[in-house]
Ligand binder design. Structure first.
Ligand SMILES: Cc1cc2nc3c(=O)[nH]c(=O)nc-3n(C[C@H](O)[C@H](O)[C@H](O)COP(=O)(O)O)c2cc1C
Length: 287
């Protein structure tokens, strides 16, 4: 990897030194000097911050480096997107064009990752047959657990789930299971919501910050998709099932050494929400 300063362009502003957290570029006697290129994590900051284009870095994709269009950044617009994004659970029977999905993934790849590892991967499923199979499988698992909790020892198990902080919010859904089964027979899909697209976001298993990296990417996807008129919904049931069920991992062709940390469905919403929603006050402590 070659990182070089183009001498006749450098104005010694030292912004590259200030912005290089790895210490690749250092201020030596008033000159920005490339000292330890092997420490570089390819964050691009040196190139992005230099007002004169005086840094040459052959480890970066030049196509990605362009001037920022500040006029397009609007806090008002961002706030409206963030506040009005909803989990969409009813979709039109309409495919999402591949170019749009590609554009969304292109935006997602700019999401931050710890140490700029950029090791987040995406599996995109549009095969209707497979989506149905996955959905039915998970609903079937829920149904199986539901039948178990009708037994005496099962009732104790359900009670234990309801007491534990970690499981009590999911355990309550068993109380609606008879209704969900009835609706499911009429075509309602409680797992993947009959969405035309499933996006599985994965990272090398067990890496520090793997879940953070995937979920930051997921948040960007949900917000950007919303700005494009698309709806999304996190599918925690699937993320959880993929953690324990090798069959699902095999069907969805998730590489053995990677784990799905976030699952999203996406598609065109069947209808829109007219109003914003209510939320608890943020739990904030100022120090
Ligand atoms: C980590 C996570 C997992 C979720 N899992 C599911 C799920 O399996 N199925 C579903 O329909 N919604 C799921 N949701 C959506 C939440 O229920 C939803 O975000 C919440 O009710 C707030 O509604 P909103 O997204 O419309 O603001 C999940 C959300 C998150 C953040």
């Amino acid at each position: 990897m070659e990182i070089r300063k183009i001498e006749d362009k450098c104005i010694k502003c030292m912004l590259c030194v200030k912005d290089c957290i790895a210490g690749v570029i250092r201020n030596i006697d008033g000159e920005a000097q490339i000292v330890q290129p092997d420490l570089c994590n390819l964050c691009s900051h040196c190139v992005a911050v230099c007002p004169k284009g005086a840094i040459y870095h052959d480890g970066l994709d030049a196509k990605d480096l362009r001037e920022i269009r500040k006029e397009l950044i609007s806090s008002e617009s961002y706030k409206e997107i963030a506040i009005t994004r909803r989990s969409i659970r009813n979709y039109k029977d309409k495919p999402v064009p591949k170019e749009i999905i590609e554009d969304i993934i292109d935006v997602a790849r700019y999401s931050p990752t710890a140490s700029n590892l950029q090791d987040v991967g995406y599996t995109i499923v549009t095969d209707k047959h497979l989506l149905k199979k996955v959905s039915n499988w998970i609903f079937g698992l829920g149904n199986w657990v539901y039948s178990l909790i009708q037994t005496k020892p099962g009732k104790t198990f359900k009670w234990a789930l309801e007491q534990a902080e970690a499981t009590k919010s999911a355990a309550k859904y068993f109380d609606g299971m008879d209704y969900y089964k009835q609706q499911s027979e009429l075509g309602k899909d409680y797992i993947l919501h009959n969405a035309p697209v499933l996006i599985l976001i994965h990272s090398p298993s067990g890496m520090e910050f793997a879940s953070d990296n995937c979920n930051i990417s997921a948040a960007n996807i949900t917000n950007y998709a919303h700005s494009l008129g698309l709806g999304t919904c996190y599918i925690g049931f699937l993320t959880l099932a993929l953690r324990y069920d090798p069959i699902l991992k095999w069907w969805l062709d998730i590489p053995k050494d990677r784990q799905v940390y976030s699952s999203l469905v996406m598609g065109y919403p069947a209808y829109s929400h007219a109003f914003t929603v209510s939320r608890k006050k943020a739990f904030v402590k100022w120090i």
